[in-house]
Design a protein around this ligand. Sequence first.
Ligand code: NDP
Length: 291
Amino acid sequence: MTGSRFVCEIDGSHSHGVFRVPGCRASLRSGAIDAGAEPVLDRVAPALLRVDACGGYAQPALARAVPTIRDMVAETGTATVALRDSHHFSALWPDLEPFTDAGLVALTVVSGGPTVTVRGASRNVFGTNPIAFGFPLAGARPVILDLATSTMSNGDLRIASNEGRKVPVGTSLGRDGRDTDDPAEILAHGGALPFGGHKGMALSLMVEVLASALTGGAFSHEMDFAAHPDNQTPKTGQFLLVVDPARGGNAGFAERAAGVDRLPSDRRYRHRDAAAERGIPVTDGIRALFA
Ligand code: NDP
């Protein structure tokens, strides 16, 4: 699991990078996650795969499913994957790279942890519910856009809190649903707001339906951190759709998005290239975590 933290750090996905290693360790020690779980795959239809992570992490369960998913796409042109009883703790783009690197189009969404609020709500119901979508591009590395449906990810709030930084008023709410710029208060008593008001909330609802209702995974509001106080990794469900664009009838698919100046992934790839030459910069914040 620590390896996944370094993968994120290499790409500059700091909100899910090495600063989370101590939390990951605490989650494993809390007993909330079964690190030795053996995922179970069940191909219930030619293009539909159920994956039961059996209380473990989502990442090894998905890794085990990748060869089956590739077979399904080769046979049918598409694969829908319903992943349940899992814990997700990372950025989503690494989940899609095995498919986008193979020239496929892929979409994934994950629910988890009631950390998002809306004005006037009596309690948090949704998580930061991320959406990632990837596709191949002619003459370039694949594009993967990957975003929380909240104004800020929980990781960015935690980093701001650790570093004693304020966050912009209007991005989150604190105690009693009041505006605040204090990330510690937001994390303890409130939550981030959905991005784009009701539109972000609507997308977050879509994530809950796809990732939890459709898969049998945990809804964000079902997460009970009190059961394992040291656990920092929410129980989740995950939905994944993989499509072979060559079967879609447009031979020029990979050329269509070329020519845009700043694509999602560009920043990550810049970080990846720099890390390949110079390694990961060890900041004072990272050094303090392992002191
Ligand atoms: P960001 O707001 O940093 O970025 C969102 C997307 O927009 C990225 O694909 C980014 O590409 C792209 N982007 C940013 N700026 C531009 C621009 N100017 N032009 C074009 N594209 C742009 O992401 P979030 O803070 O919302 O999410 C961060 C991470 O947190 C995600 O990886 C997400 O999966 C993860 N997360 C995980 C959760 C979990 O439960 N496991 C929960 C919530 C979030 P680029 O990276 O190249 O900048």
